[in-house]
Design a protein around this ligand. Sequence first.
Ligand code: MN
Ligand code: MN
Length: 306
Amino acid sequence: MNKEILIFGHKNPDTDTICSAIVKQILNEKSGKDTCKAVRLGNVNKETQYVLDYVEIEAPELLEHVDEGQEVILVDHNEFNQSVDGIDNAKVLEVIDHHRISNFETAEPLYYTAKPYGCTSTILYGEFKEKDIPIDKKEATLMASAIISDTLLLKSPTTTEYDKKALENLSNIAGIDLEKYGLDMLKAGTDLDDFSEEELLNLDAKKFEKDGVTCVIAQVNTVSIPEVLKREEKLKEAMQDEIKNENLDVCILAITDILNSDSELIVLGERTDVIEKSHHLEDDKVFLKGVVSRKKQLLPMVENNI
Ligand code: MN
Ligand code: MN
């Protein structure tokens, strides 16, 4: 077992998950708490790598599973089915998150910070302020990048006033031009050429279950939906494989245009009605204007239709 407290975000890590784990480790060090170590539960995506290269730090170590009794801090998630293997028998000391609370239970009391902000790093920014701990350039860049990523440069409907304020202050400290750095960073994550269709599907996928219906909603960001749809047939094959292997009732791939803030969905499986009750599918697809958020827009729609 690892003696240090391990800090990590969800599987299929995104920029918020990686940056918030790193920043939480720094915050704990600066507040004189027990030693802890940020780790990751999967490959770093290209957007996140852009950020890590920019601040010149290495990605956290990969963690495959945790032993019984391992002390952990969760950031950017709480649902055990999105967490590390073995989490059921770990000791969760603390959670800092901005998602719904579900599939989560502990045997012992814990610190739990949940705020409905657009990003975990916005909550962490608030903790720096509250504790009056100075934020350096690197920390500011990490937190700003997480906010840019989760809110798609403040354009996602998940964006709150807290995110706007935090990002304004953090980008000043970081000395970054928000529009330029933000778009460069988001665009770095849209280079999908090196990935197989199966990998594309797993870049940012989350599994949900409601009333016995198991659903995966995967999302890829792009600057051109037609470009991604050139691979439609192969993507559908990969989705069918996923449905078979993971016993899914429905698999949804959201291809999100980060410049125009729209998404095209591909919907496959036995329960495509979770989308069809709201939108007509043509050739298994539907274009949704103004839809970019899985959490605030897609998931509530799917759950309503189950
Ligand atoms: Mn996340
Ligand atoms: Mn997040």
